[in-house]
Design a binder for this molecule. Structure first.
Ligand SMILES: [Zn+2]
Ligand SMILES: [Zn+2]
Length: 161
């Protein structure tokens, strides 16, 4: 059997504006999956290829760097050296690297209504930028229909499946 793109195999949506091809183009420098032209791209500034599946995971890792969230969730998601170049500190920084997500991320902010009841008090206690990072992660993961087993459990806990 021919090798196919990991995200095509999982029938995940493509990066907005791109089309999935099934043919592996490159290996994600962070998680090592093989993905096609519609599921990853090379960042010329850092000279690395990144798959789109790593985007929500890195948004969560970024959000967890705020100690209050990590403390309340009783967990930490350390940023590995291999992925430190891909971590963003704000949604604006995400959109500089991934302008393809501008439309769906800027249309978010409705997530509060959909949050599980158990997480609403925690959510309200978070700084705005932390909320925005998690919100963007949820919107991207939903829109591209990533599977929950491919996402960090902390992110899944914020999503009302
Ligand atoms: Zn693909
Ligand atoms: Zn990846």
């Amino acid at each position: 059997m021919a090798t196919i793109c990991y995200l095509c195999d999982r029938q995940s949506g493509a990066i907005p504006g791109l089309i999935e091809t099934r043919n592996p183009l490159a290996t994600c420098a962070i998680c090592g999956v093989l993905v096609c032209n519609g599921h990853g791209k090379r960042d010329p500034n850092v000279r690395r290829f990144q798959c789109v599946l790593c985007v929500p995971a890195l948004l969560v890792a970024s959000a967890m760097q705020h100690s209050e969230l990590a403390r309340q969730m009783r967990t930490t998601i350390p940023v590995a050296e291999v992925e430190s170049w891909a971590v963003v500190h704000s949604v604006d920084e995400l959109l500089e690297r991934w302008p393809e997500f501008s439309d769906i991320v800027s249309g978010s902010g409705q997530q509060l209504l959909e949050l599980p009841t158990s997480h609403r008090a925690l959510w309200r206690s978070l700084p705005d930028e932390t909320q925005h990072l998690i919100d963007a992660a949820i919107v991207i993961a939903r829109r591209l229909e990533f599977r929950r087993e491919d996402l960090p459990p902390v992110l899944v806990s914020f999503m009302n499946w």
